[in-house]
Design a protein around this ligand. Structure first.
Ligand code: PMP
Length: 465
């Protein structure tokens, strides 16, 4: 760790944190008898806490965000130069980084043409929901307003986004939610018994999962359904890759019933899975794509709602109604730090050939965890794409009964004690908070991937024998 951090500074920061900070996703009772962990510094794939302890960060800032790693001076410089030149302008005028970043981003997304900038993943998703509701008013007399979302998917912390979230523990105690949001079943092959599809496999299973969405559409009335909102690979709900055949059928269904398709790339977007976007693995043509975390790797807050010229023109060409344009603003969508950082972030991913690195190391990590299944009966399933991997822990491989969340948390704690920060799909689905999550920086090396896997191996031995 660089720079001095005295004992006095340390005790002041810790007491200020304990007295005044309300941490995210955290039960504060624990801090009555312990100090919070404070991350003081980061460089590359490593971070240091207040005691100077070094960690290999296998979750890119806790929640899949710092894709190009810590301490990137070129991003800091791009942001600093831009802030001195023009920090902000919104509403009635554009900005240079806003235009150049949008152009660059769109060049990575064939078929898409327009980017609407805001400041969080939840907000980017809310923009889609509002666009769809407005399209329903413009084209369908307000009748095609329903938004379908999937069991186990997460779309954000605001009330609209929570109305579209299929994780029971995330939404419990925050209702009532917005009307017009309807849940469809998930598509998790490992737990296909939950879907009543245990006798199917391969493409047949994938298509049957999508058929279950069609059943909901028919039940609700296709003329009332405007949008299907899906994560390309479900993140916090268990790192769930869609089965073969699923996306083709999903697209057929959307086309058949004139339903717009929204892919939430807040986690998978900008290189995490080895393509620029998760949906690009599956040959999908979405109407909306949202993204946030990896867009500027956490160096500045920026989120994007990206769409097609066809959708854009529905708003642009409606000149008969003076209120017919998209009457929405994101105040902090006008911060220039976001697009300045995001433009440099994309340059780094291109120049350092990081997508290739992600594909190679993702395969290495996946193979390494799969090899561990021989030694650790507690590993029920290993899944993921690129540097976005999940290891599901079960008490028994036949029954697939999940391990207790407390035991999964012990594995996380043991890894932390050994200097590797890993994640867990916690506080999402009752009884199923049992999947260890890995999303190291896109710049990771083979040695670092091996170190993560070896540490997990040791932690599993310690907790489960
Ligand atoms: N969508 C997905 C898939 C997410 O994982 C998240 C955040 N974890 C969000 C949306 C919400 O993003 P934010 O926290 O930036 O609002």
């Amino acid at each position: 760790m660089q720079g001095a951090f005295t004992e006095n500074d340390l005790s002041h920061v810790v007491s200020a944190d304990k007295a005044h900070v309300w941490h995210h996703l955290f039960q504060h009772k624990a801090l009555e008898t312990a100090d919070p962990r404070i991350i003081v510094e980061g460089k590359g794939t490593r971070v240091w806490d207040q005691h100077g302890k070094e960690y290999l960060d296998a979750v890119s800032g806790g929640v899949w965000t710092v894709n190009v790693g810590y301490g990137r001076e070129s991003i800091a410089k791009a942001v600093s130069d831009q802030l001195v030149k023009l920090c902000y302008f919104a509403g009635v005028a554009g900005s240079i980084p806003g235009a150049l970043f949008s152009e660059k981003l769109i060049s990575k997304m064939p078929g898409m043409t327009r980017a609407y900038l805001s400041s969080s993943g939840s907000e980017a998703n809310e923009k889609v929901f509002k666009m769809v509701r407005q399209i329903s008013h413009k084209k369908y007399d307000g009748k095609k307003y329903k938004i379908l979302y999937r069991d186990r998917d997460y779309h954000g912390s605001t009330l609209g986004a929570m109305s579209a979230t299929g994780q029971e523990q995330r939404v419990a105690q925050y209702g009532p939610f917005a009307p017009g949001f309807v849940k469809v079943p998930h598509c998790m092959e490992y737990r296909k018994d939950q879907l009543g599809l245990e006798n199917l496999s391969g493409e047949e299973f994938g298509r049957a999962c999508a058929d279950q969405i069609e059943e909901v559409i028919l039940r609700e009335g296709p003329e009332t359904v405007g949008l299907l909102c899906l994560e390309p690979i479900t993140a916090g709900g268990g790192v769930i890759e869609p089965p073969v055949g699923y996306w083709d059928r999903v697209q057929e269904i959307c086309k058949k019933y004139d339903i717009l398709l929204h892919i939430d790339e807040v986690v998978c977007g900008v290189g995490r899975t080895g393509e620029w976007f998760g949906y690009q693995h599956f040959g999908i043509k979405p109407d909306f794509v949202t993204m946030a975390k990896g867009v500027a790797s956490g160096y500045a807050a920026i989120a994007c709602t990206v769409t097609t010229e066809e959708i854009f023109n529905i708003f642009k060409d409606d000149t008969s109604d003076p209120m017919g344009y998209f009457r929405d603003i994101s105040t902090f969508g006008g911060c220039t730090a976001g697009p300045a950082a995001a433009l440099e972030n994309i340059r780094i991913i291109e120049d350092e050939n990081l997508l290739e690195n992600v594909r190679t190391l993702g395969d290495r990590m996946n193979a390494s965890f799969k090899a561990m299944m021989e030694k650790h009966a507690v590993i029920g399933d290993v899944r993921g794409k690129g540097l976005f991997q999940g290891v599901e822990l079960v008490k028994d491989r036949d029954t697939k009964e999940p391990v207790d969340e407390a035991d999964a948390q012990k594995v996380v704690a043991e890894c932390g004690a050994m200097g590797v920060i890993i994640g867990i799909t916690n506080r999402s689905i009752p009884g199923f908070n049992n999947t260890l999550c890995f999303s190291p920086a896109l710049i990771s090396t083979a040695e670092e991937i091996d170190l993560i896997c070896e540490t997990v191996d040791k932690a599993l031995s310690k907790v489960f024998g």
